[in-house]
Design a protein around this ligand. Structure first.
Ligand SMILES: [Zn+2]
Length: 270
């Protein structure tokens, strides 16, 4: 009996061991599998640095936007942008007016050529010739502020400069009924903090033919044509007959070359 009992004990013990080994094997396989999956996942990520971006989406969004902007997806938005970009824009601007003789002749010539310009008027001249400012507005030109008395901003006259701009804004609004957002500071002297104080945008220039110091229309024309390129802002003064002659020649020549004359906001904001 004792022998039989011993055998049963061994068999039972062996069975228990077998179950224990089986359970250990299962646990071991589960653990091994988990370790393998983690390792595999890390290997994937380290081999493909772009993976987290694709997986989480956000960083890939700008790439999609850029693609659309280039018009590569062939949708209507891309085509419209391409057409807008095909227009080679340029702006012609006239300072110091209006002038009782030359502004009127200039407006006649611009109208004939279908060109819109930007006029930076002084408050003093606008007060003297309001009908010319009104005509500028009615014919689609943009009117900007050039101070009241053509004052150059210096360290000592900021307050007076600001008052001249405010006064000229009121004069322009009194004539046209519209606020003006643009200012051309005489001689380009400007204080950036005035932009927020007055809610105005300074408009400088990048083509200056020095028309005020030459009565040679040929020379002024050549000077402009040599320097001009897409999005140029040309500085002139509707104060001299040579300026008018040069302006008309420049417009005729550049229109033939495919340039489109626009007012300054189309150069600054598009
Ligand atoms: Zn000026």
């Amino acid at each position: 009996m004792r022998h039989v009992s011993g055998m049963r004990y061994l068999i039972r013990k062996y069975s228990l061991m077998k179950y224990a080994i089986l359970i250990l094997c299962i646990i071991d396989m589960v653990l091994l599998g988990a370790v393998f999956r983690v390792g595999q996942s890390r290997a994937d990520q380290s081999n493909d640095p772009a993976l987290p971006e694709h997986r989480y989406g956000a960083p890939s969004v700008p790439v999609m936007v850029l693609g659309t902007g280039d018009g590569q997806d062939g949708n209507s938005t891309g085509k419209e942008e391409k057409n807008v970009q095909d227009v080679v824009k340029i702006a012609i601007t006239f300072d110091d007016g209006p002038h009782p003789v030359y502004t009127e002749k200039l407006l006649d010539g611009l109208k004939k050529r279908g060109v819109h310009a930007t006029f930076f008027v002084t408050g003093k001249s606008a007060e003297a010739y309001p009908e010319l400012v009104k005509r500028e507005q009615e014919e689609g030109h943009v009117i900007g502020n050039h101070t009241y008395s053509h004052l150059q901003l210096t360290k000592g006259n900021r307050r007076q400069f600001k008052e001249e701009l405010q006064k000229t804004n009121q004069i322009i609004k009194g004539i046209t009924g519209c606020d003006t957002s643009f200012v051309r500071p005489p001689y380009g002297a400007w204080d950036k903090s005035l932009e927020t104080e007055l809610n105005m945008i300074p408009v400088l220039w990048n083509v200056d033919p020095l028309d005020w110091c030459s009565d040679d229309a040929d020379c002024i024309t050549r000077n402009i044509i040599a320097k001009v390129k897409e999005n140029s802002i040309i500085l002139m003064h509707d104060q001299y007959p040579s300026t008018l002659e040069a302006a008309f020649r420049v417009i005729d020549e550049l229109q033939k070359k495919g340039y489109t004359f626009v007012t300054v906001e189309e150069i600054l904001f598009d």
